[in-house]
Design a protein around this ligand. Sequence first.
Ligand SMILES: Nc1ncnc2c1ncn2[C@@H]1O[C@H](COP(=O)(O)OP(=O)(O)O)[C@@H](O)[C@H]1O
Ligand SMILES: [Mg+2]
Length: 249
Amino acid sequence: MSIRRVFSKWKKTRNLQSSSLKRYIPETAIFNYDRLGEMLTRHKMVYVKPDKGTHGNGVMRVKQHSGTSFELREGVSTQTLNSLDSLHAAIKTRIGKRMYLVQKGIHMMTHRGRKFDLRVLVQKNLDNKWESMSILGRKAAAHKIVTNVSNGGKMETLSKLLHSRLNDASIRRLGRELEQLGVSTGRELSRTYKGLKELGIDIALDKSMHPWILEVNTNPAIYVYRTFDPRAYRRIFRNAKAYGRFGQK
Ligand SMILES: Nc1ncnc2c1ncn2[C@@H]1O[C@H](COP(=O)(O)OP(=O)(O)O)[C@@H](O)[C@H]1O
Ligand SMILES: [Mg+2]
């Protein structure tokens, strides 16, 4: 049986929003004028991103400043718009007719002034059970709104990113909580999507360390672990081989 991939972020997010994992899912809607306005009123900062994007491409961030002044960012460019109409028009110019999502923006934790989020890699193991294999941090390049490695982000260990705020025992506890969240996500999504075998879950920690699932990738990178988590890599590779990532068994 081939490995199931689900590319629509909306389908995966909606599934998790209506599950017991709801409290880890930032409010998300299909982008349109009304949803953009409502979400900005509620959250003051939102992300606008392609339903089927990858690598951080096309991801925008909007902040509402005082009154009706908005800051729109994409890549390293910034635009200021002075009404919701002109903001919506500026975003529409970029997205055309493609489907985009609008999502509550998470104020990510920072390390030496750079935002970071986490990548939890979850696989079906040799016993056909979901298992979290690795947790790595990804630190955004200077002035970037996305942490993707293909956008200049850097992989770091969880302990390096957190040791100035948490002691070792607390970091380990957080790690276990995130592993459990990874396993629950695998179980939940595979109720609907049979044949999922591997997930790369992007998780942001907010300033109070609450984990928020930004997206779930069903086609995660695995070679990065050879360099950045070599202890986990052997088992990751073995699982991937067993479920047929490299072709027929
Ligand atoms: N709601 C959000 N709040 C804060 N940052 C976000 C949010 N959504 C996305 N990002 C940032 O943008 C990056 C790319 O978004 P993501 O949803 O993972 O799409 P992609 O498929 O392009 O990786 C994330 O890793 C994160 O750094
Ligand atoms: Mg991502």
